[in-house]
Design a binder for this molecule. Sequence first.
Ligand SMILES: [Fe+2]
Length: 170
Amino acid sequence: MEAIGQVLNAMIEYYAGDVRRVNHFLKVYGFAKAIGEAEGLEQETQKILEVAALTHDIGIKNSEIKYQSAEGTYQQLEGPPEARKLLERLGFHEPLIARVCWLIAHHHIYDAITEIDYQILVEADFLVNAFEAQLSGPAIQSVRDKLFRTGTGTQLLNTLYGGRIAAESK
Ligand SMILES: [Fe+2]
């Protein structure tokens, strides 16, 4: 089995019974993969992005168990060790694991995004969260204008939410 498929299956196992969380990371993975490919990422960066998209919310489970909260600050603590265990078990090499763990710890921080894998992960997560959180058109528009930088991510956002943005900004 391909490495990405192994991560996908391991994450479904990790969130067994929690269909909402599984659906969330599958959607983020789909958008991240599509944006990364369209933006022409190098092979290793694309792989890092796809693994990070599948595992980015791995910290929520232990955060909710330990702190009854899914706050980003708890996820930053709880996510990376769990991702490391899972990825080491599947035989991933250290540079990839280290980068994925860093992305997991930082995916809630929007003010210092400089690398393309980080940028695309945040865009893909927002494309899903805008729907799951039922954000208003103006709220989506504001995030698009402040946060989105890739042409592909922006185009996806407009395709999905352009109608809502137009309807609610009248
Ligand atoms: Fe997420």
